[in-house]
Design a protein around this ligand. Structure first.
Ligand code: NAD
Ligand code: WQD
Length: 344
């Protein structure tokens, strides 16, 4: 019998790619998603890739009674990957209560229900945003947590603390916190990918939408940073590589290989790329010239951050494998597919 995993937010960008990798690894997946930032057609895309349709429950994780009923309908869930959250940094500044409620109550509900339904393992989606601007680069997991720059970032810090406190208090399950760097790209089949609603805030969707002509021009936010070419540096990781990190994390907990009941890993490539280097790589890979201009800095941007992924590489036995060219090519293929389908 296949091991059953609950993926909250499984219709979203990272959740859908992770569902594919879980199914490929032999897990059975139940998705809970309220579709607040995604579309039920994503489930069809997952099925087209793997040939398996995950169970889909349209449900809000904040709805405790609904979540209980979901566990009753789907008996035997052994692990949970908790992606469901609101994630727009700017919006979180405008609507802090929405972010605190959505991102914190949903985790509390899940953690309350886990012991009742015998769930043994929890993977939580955290972010390199918890490090702020690190003093030492590449940044490792022991770096200090810096004051959050937004309510969104604060919810990640609070969620990490909630998990830590519950585990230290003897919660009867294990947890792995994954701190993602900057996930980009799409599945190689272009059946699933990132679908931002409205004007994209993140770099890669803005790049691909500019390249295809939906946006007129990309603004590069600042070229006067203390970096070799003056633009900001990030660690861009393929969403498929990131998805695979979740599968090994679950394997580790469910097969008793965890070294502690709570473990935290950076999930990045270890390679920092500037905005201008990324634009250059995109143009080279796709052959499409990008219309961009340098503008002023964006408020709240971190100057430079990239991961030290040694701990994940050595302990989890996971390494980011895709080249940046392949990842950018997958993002472009996905954008072309959206055009073909008349979506964008
Ligand atoms: P996403 O918005 O594409 O996916 C999140 C999914 O959760 C969406 O499908 C949304 O409809 C659903 N959702 C939100 N609130 C819900 C609720 N209360 N109940 C049920 N479903 C709900 O975002 P993503 O990029 O796939 O991010 C997934 C997780 O990873 C989030 O927790 C996010 O904070 C975290 N993360 C993302 C990034 C990134 O750059 N994408 C980086 C670091 C961490
Ligand atoms: C990357 C780089 C911009 C858009 C954010 C959140 C973080 C997170 C991931 C969740 C930066 C530059 C961008 C544009 C640009 N995830 N840029 N022009 O800022 O690293 O992280 O998303 O946890 O919490 O803060 O990602 O994609 O927005 O920006 O020049 O139109 O691209 O200045 O240097 P960021 P991003």
């Amino acid at each position: 019998m296949k091991t059953k995993i609950l993926v909250t937010g499984g219709a979203g960008y990272i959740g859908s790619h992770t569902t594919v990798e879980l199914q490929n690894a032999g897990y059975e997946v139940v998705i809970v998603d309220n579709l607040s930032n995604s579309n039920a057609e994503v489930i069809d895309g997952i099925e087209r890739i793997t040939g398996i349709r995950p169970v889909f429950e349209k449900l809000d994780c904040n709805d405790m009674e609904g979540m209980k009923a979901m566990f009753e309908r789907n008996k035997g869930i052994k692990g949970i990957i908790h992606f469901a959250a609101s994630k727009a940094v700017g919006e979180s500044v405008q609507k802090p209560l929405l972010y605190y409620r959505n991102n914190i109550v949903s985790l509390l509900n899940i953690m309350d229900l886990m012991p009742q339904y015998g769930v043994e393992a929890l993977v939580f989606s955290s972010s390199c945003t918890v490090y702020g601007q690190p003093d030492i680069l590449p940044v490792d997991e022991n770096a200090p947590i810096k004051p959050a720059l937004s309510p969104y970032g604060n919810t990640k810090q609070i969620n990490e603390e909630i998990i830590r406190d519950a585990i230290y208090a003897g919660a009867p399950y294990k947890s792995i916190v994954l701190r993602y760097f900057n996930p980009i790209g799409a599945h190689a089949t272009a059946e699933i990918g990132e679908l931002p609603i409205g004007v994209p805030q993140n770099l890669i969707p803005f790049v691909t939408q500019t390249a295809i002509g939906v946006r007129e021009q990309l603004s590069v936010f600042g070229d006067d940073y203390d970096t070799p070419d003056g633009s900001c540096i990030r660690d861009y990781i393929s969403v498929v590589d990131l998805a695979k990190a979740h599968v090994v994390s679950l394997d580790r907990m469910l097969t008793g290989k965890s070294k502690a009941n709570l473990e935290t890993f950076n999930v990045g490539t270890g390679r920092g790329l500037s905005v201008l280097e990324l634009i250059n790589a995109f143009e080279k890979t796709t052959g499409v010239k990008l219309n961009y201009k340098i503008v002023g800095r964006r408020e709240g941007d971190i100057e430079k951050v990239w991961a030290n992924p040694d701990y994940a590489n050595n302990e989890l036995g996971w390494t980011a494998k895709e080249t940046i060219e392949d990842t950018l090519a997958s993002a472009w293929k996905w954008q072309l597919k959206l055009r073909e389908r008349g979506i964008m």
